[in-house]
Every structure is written in C-alpha cells, then in structure tokens.
Design a protein around this ligand. Structure first.
Ligand SMILES: NC(=O)c1ccc[n+]([C@@H]2O[C@H](COP(=O)([O-])OP(=O)(O)OC[C@H]3O[C@@H](n4cnc5c(N)ncnc54)[C@H](OP(=O)(O)O)[C@@H]3O)[C@@H](O)[C@H]2O)c1
Length: 248
C-alpha cells in the first residue's frame, strides 16, 4: 500500500486507541504522519514501531498547539480523534465538572483546530476528518454530556464546511461517528457500564453490537475517506465494524 505519498497528515490523539490505528494506516498508505498526544512516551514508542510517523507531544486543547503545528507541517490531511474519557454515572450523580469534561476537551479541540484550518487556511484540496461518536445519534445516558459534546463536534464540522464553501477554500470536512467498542481504553469502561445498566453481561452487550470497530477498522475508514474524490464525501458517516455508512 502506498496511495498517499508526498502528503502530510496530522492526527490529533494518535498515541493509542482509534487514533493510533488511524495514524498507522495513514503512514502505511504512504503519508508522513505527525502524531499528536500529550503522552510523549507512547508517541515515541509509536514512532519507533511505524515508519513515517513523527511524534509531537502537545495538549491539543491549547489553541497555540493548533496554530503552531498547522504552520509547521502544512498538512493535507487533518484528523481530530482526541477525546476525554467520559465520567460514567447517571445524570444525578454527575457534578457540572464531570458532566462537561467532553465539552472542555473534545469540543474545545474541534473548535480550535477547525477554526485554525479555516483561518490559515489549509491548502486547497485538504481533508479534515473529525471523530465524533455514534452516541451523538442516540444519546448516552450514563456518560453525562458526552453525547451532546459529540453531536456538537458533528455540527461544527458542518459549519466549517459551510464557511470553507462560502470562502471558496476547496476544503473538505467530514465527521465520522464510530459505534461504541470495547477495543480501546475509553470504550472498555463504557461497555461495562452500559452492560450493567441494561442487565446484560459484558459478553451479551458486545454480542448485540455486531461487528466491532477496532483501531484497524477506524484506520481503514479514514484512509478510504482521504483517498475518495472530494465530491463523493458525505458530511457525516456512521462507522461500524463493517465500515462506513453515509448519514443523511
Ligand atoms: N472507544 C469508543 O467506544 C468510541 C466510540 C465512539 C467514538 N469514540 C471517540 O473516538 C475518539 C478516540 O477514542 P479512543 O477510544 O481511541 O480513546 P483513547 O484510547 O482514550 O485515546 C484517546 C487519544 O487521545 C489523546 N488525547 C486525549 N486528550 C488529549 C489532549 N488534550 N491533547 C492531545 N491528545 C489527547 C490520548 O493521548 P494522551 O492521553 O497521551 O493525550 C490518546 O492518544 C474519541 O474522540 C472518542 O470519543 C470512541
């Protein structure tokens, strides 16, 4: 595989989970990948294991990180994956601080990076993929403000597309909404909490999810989107273990 040579991708939230799968898949497809996360050690280990990955330790909620890294690398592809692990409890057992954790991380990251993508702007033809969540469609009753935050990420990805079109920037923005999966550190405790809430064993809950999203599935999906004609890209997709499905 070498379909994306001479291109540069920034993957924000690349040190583990879905982001690691996305960074690895883009690098295997030939892109130079700038892998961003706060934990430098995991990033260094990723860069050692995969050719063409450059580690950049940064807190992506910091607006200067978005500005500096976009200036430094002028990416053709920007993938926003980073997100906080939601506090798992029913509404009445949240505080405002636990309820809003994904607003302060996931939404904040999308806001700063999408804004910079428009203001710099990214080079014509560039692609921006924002990893939201299937929870944005159905809600997430034991994850506080998670579903609302992920729905807002989808909305502002659409707003960014609209602004890019109005300014004639030739940029493509799309949101990907993965189904819940036990395959990551963020997903595992959520699967446990939802299984318990619905009176199922973890195995039963996982069984009814169908084919699971994995870091490899997420990686293949993002490579598919980056390689597709811009005209064929939908504003948003659901991602299951079977792949991408366009959302209306
Ligand atoms: N797993 C699921 O079931 C599922 C389902 C639907 C959607 N999603 C979404 O998919 C995305 C990835 O989830 P995941 O399950 O792969 O999570 P994960 O395994 O916890 O990985 C999260 C990644 O984001 C990085 N990160 C977190 N905060 C950051 C910050 N402030 N600045 C820079 N990097 C940051 C983490 O590295 P550091 O901690 O070192 O910074 C890590 O690399 C999230 O947006 C999540 O909401 C997940």
């Amino acid at each position: 595989m070498n379909e994306l040579p001479n291109t540069t991708a920034i993957v924000v939230g690349a040190s583990r989970g879905l982001g690691r799968g996305i960074a690895t898949a883009l690098a295997e497809a030939g892109a130079t990948v700038v892998a961003v996360a706060r934990g430098g050690e995991a990033l260094a280990e990723l860069a050692e294991s995969t050719e063409r990955i450059r580690p950049e330790a940064a807190d992506a909620t910091d607006p200067t990180a978005a500005s500096t890294l976009i200036d430094r690398y002028r990416p053709d592809t920007l993938v926003l994956v980073a997100g906080a692990t939601p506090h798992l409890a029913p509404l009445q057992h949240h505080t405002w601080e636990t309820f809003s954790v994904n607003w302060e991380t996931d939404v904040r990251i999308a806001f700063h990076w999408l804004r910079e993508a428009l203001l710099k702007p990214l080079r014509p033809g560039s692609r921006v993929v924002v990893i939201s969540s299937g929870a944005a469609l159905a809600g997430s009753p034991v994850s506080g403000g998670y579903a609302g935050a992920k729905a807002t990420q989808r909305f502002i990805t659409g707003y960014a597309q609209e602004e890019a079109q109005r300014a004639g920037l030739d940029l493509t923005f799309t949101a990907v909404l993965p189904r819940i999966t036990p395959a990551t550190e963020l997903g595992r405790p959520a699967v446990r909490a939802y299984a318990e809430r619905y009176g199922m064993t973890e195995e039963q809950y996982i069984e009814q999810l169908g084919p699971l999203v994995t870091p490899e599935v997420a990686g293949a999906a993002v490579v598919e989107l980056v390689e597709s004609d811009a005209a064929d890209i939908a504003p948003a997709y659901l991602l299951t273990g079977a792949g991408l499905q366009k959302l209306p």
